[in-house]
Design a protein around this ligand. Structure first.
Ligand code: NAG
Length: 305
């Protein structure tokens, strides 16, 4: 933001005479300066109103255009470039890994592990590595871990347990998820984060993105959902894809994507959503998967070794 003479006058007055009542300070401004200050507050008010209004719109289904240059795009996951496709189909994704070289990297035996929270275009195709067009800075894994450790140690501990890379390099996997997917949301841009004295706007986006990933993961505890439907890991018994999809649909409200490897072993789950408001704080609505399952009709759900 550009500082106007009026703002600077107020700031200067405030810093040199903090005890002096604000009205006294304002009375020192000439009419032109006062008018300018009033206009600034009017603009700020309009920005807030535009955001509040855009925040009521469901992603992929907005009833009016919310271009990336508008204030509303801070409260609506839309297009990153003017006239571009909107990335408002959000996928919370997890793994069921049974074949990590070091079994510790399969994660807990009674839980899936976190993959990420992805912004797809509304048709199910997706943007990736958007830093150069969104302006959202990329982070290294070490930087992301430092943000978690500094501002939310419990979140960091949670990731130690539930965020597993097949080869054990979870810092690298963290930066992959952030740089590939986290940089592609209009609502993750730094200028859309609050200005707070204790954290930078970019770090605020990172912190709350990884909080939201964990939150969406906890909201759909796939292992428990399947267990409640009598579907538990087995090295001998098969399950049908329809059985699995029905159990997950009952819990989610829409059919998620169920993924299998080439041997017909179930290994991942993607829950699809649209959202009103920012990706990190918005209200999510479950929607059907846009991706066909890669599992055979009769599949294996293997125990973790
Ligand atoms: C169990 O699932 C696997 C993987 O799809 C398949 O190869 C196998 O034939 C199935 N077994 C039975 C008894 O259906």
């Amino acid at each position: 933001m550009k500082f106007t003479a009026a703002t600077l006058a107020v700031l200067a007055a405030a810093s040199t005479a903090a005890a002096k009542p604000l009205l006294d300070q304002l009375s020192n401004l000439d009419p032109a300066q006062l008018a300018q200050l009033g206009q600034q507050y009017a603009n700020k008010g309009q920005e807030l109103a535009a955001c509040a209004s855009a925040g009521t719109q469901l992603s992929c289904h907005a009833s009016y255009d919310i271009p990336p240059t508008s204030a509303g795009s801070c409260c609506f996951n839309g297009a990153l470039v003017s006239g571009g496709k909107q990335s408002g189909l959000i996928l919370s994704t997890s793994f069921w890994t049974t074949n990590a070289p070091d079994p510790a990297n399969n994660g807990p035996k009674d839980s899936t592990t976190i993959h990420g929270l992805w912004p797809d275009y509304c048709d199910g195709t997706y943007p990736q590595f958007c830093s150069s067009i969104s302006g959202i800075p990329e982070y290294t894994g070490e930087q992301i871990e430092a943000v978690m450790q500094k501002y939310d140690p419990a979140l960091y501990a949670y990731y130690q347990t539930y965020f597993k890379d097949l080869d054990g390099d979870s810092a690298d996997f963290l930066s992959h998820e952030y740089n590939k997917h986290g940089t592609c949301y209009t609502t993750m841009r730094s200028q859309c984060q609050p200005q707070l004295p204790w954290i930078s706007q970019a770090d605020f986006a990172v912190l709350n993105y990884f909080r939201q990933i964990a939150h969406k993961f906890q909201e759909r505890p796939t292992y428990n959902i399947l267990q409640s439907a009598g579907i538990t890991p087995s090295s001998s018994q098969n399950y049908t894809l329809v059985q699995v999809q029905q159990a997950l649909k009952n819990a989610h409200g829409a059919t998620p994507f169920v993924g299998c490897n080439k041997k017909g072993e179930m290994n991942e789950f993607w829950y699809f959503w649209n959202v009103r408001g920012q990706v990190n704080f918005g209200l999510y609505e479950a929607v059907e998967s846009t991706t066909k399952s890669t599992c055979p009709q009769s599949l294996k759900y293997l125990p973790k070794p």
